[in-house]
Design a protein around this ligand. Structure first.
Ligand SMILES: [Zn+2]
Length: 263
């Protein structure tokens, strides 16, 4: 494969004229497929609408841990219905634990996570997992063991740790449980040497790339709004760190994304 795939962006977070330009720039930059990820039920609707408009855009259904609702049962039912009925929905996400913003109790976050992991297993659509510790080094770092518990408890079939930000040791545990690991522009930041160490040790068939745009612009686009075209910089960094060609990174990451999401 001689093209790139942005496996995680939020195209519905930007207004329509900006979005059209962003999509055009992505196509020109050889980003052939994009997955626009939802964080709550309302966004699932807009992501599906966008995916229906563009053949090469795919959507997800899920409730983010900073965006939980008031009725767990009802919310889970809606995620299930969307994911079951909409063909362009390729994953359950993004779901997980966020102890950085800590908007909701850890118990409630866990209940939504387990419920949605269950949907992922039932419908055989992979889970996109968000896992974020506290603001300061070591703060709320129990988020990673909590996530590992949830994955084990639910016997998750198929999942990806999105925007990986953990340690090398945690990465090995996620790999041992059969998960994929996906990297964003934060691997380009000078301070994140440990993430580049993770990139280096990854088995080739488990790596995926993404922007998480409009957030987290890579180093050379600092201060700008991130967009799918900038996934090139993530791929370049991976090529650099692993000592392989850019072409190999395209091939590896796009093959993995197509197999994993069935796109
Ligand atoms: Zn995201």
């Amino acid at each position: 494969m001689n093209y790139l795939i942005d496996t995680h962006c939020h195209l519905t977070f930007i207004d329509k004229p900006t979005r059209e330009a962003v999509i055009e720039r992505a196509m020109k930059a050889n980003i052939r497929k994009m997955i626009t990820v939802a964080c709550n039920l309302e966004e699932v609707g807009s992501c599906v609408a966008l995916a229906d408009e563009y053949e090469f855009i795919y959507a997800t259904a899920g409730i983010h841990p900073t965006d939980l609702g008031e009725n767990l049962e009802q919310d889970l039912e809606k995620v299930y219905e969307y994911a079951k009925n909409e063909k362009k929905i390729v994953a359950i996400g993004e779901i997980g634990l966020d102890y950085y913003h800590d908007n909701f109790s850890h118990d409630l976050q866990m209940a939504y996570l387990l419920g949605q992991l269950n949907i992922s297993n039932q419908l055989k659509k992979p889970a996109i997992l968000h896992c974020r510790a506290g603001k300061y080094a070591g703060e709320n770092s129990e988020v990673f063991p909590d996530m590992i518990d949830a994955i084990k408890k639910s016997n998750l079939n198929n999942g990806v740790m999105h925007c990986y930000s953990g340690t090398l040791k945690e990465a090995k545990e996620f790999l041992d449980m059969g998960l994929m690991i996906s990297f964003t522009g934060i691997i380009t930041y000078k301070r994140n040497q440990e993430l580049r160490d993770v990139v280096k040790m990854m088995p080739a068939d488990r790596i995926m790339i993404e922007t998480d745009s409009p957030f987290l612009p890579p180093k050379n686009h600092r201060g700008e709004k991130n967009e799918p075209a900038f996934v090139i910089e993530v791929a370049e960094t991976i090529a650099d760190v692993r000592g392989i060609s850019f072409g190999d990174v395209m091939k590896i990451t796009s093959e993995n994304a197509e197999r994993f999401f069935g796109i």
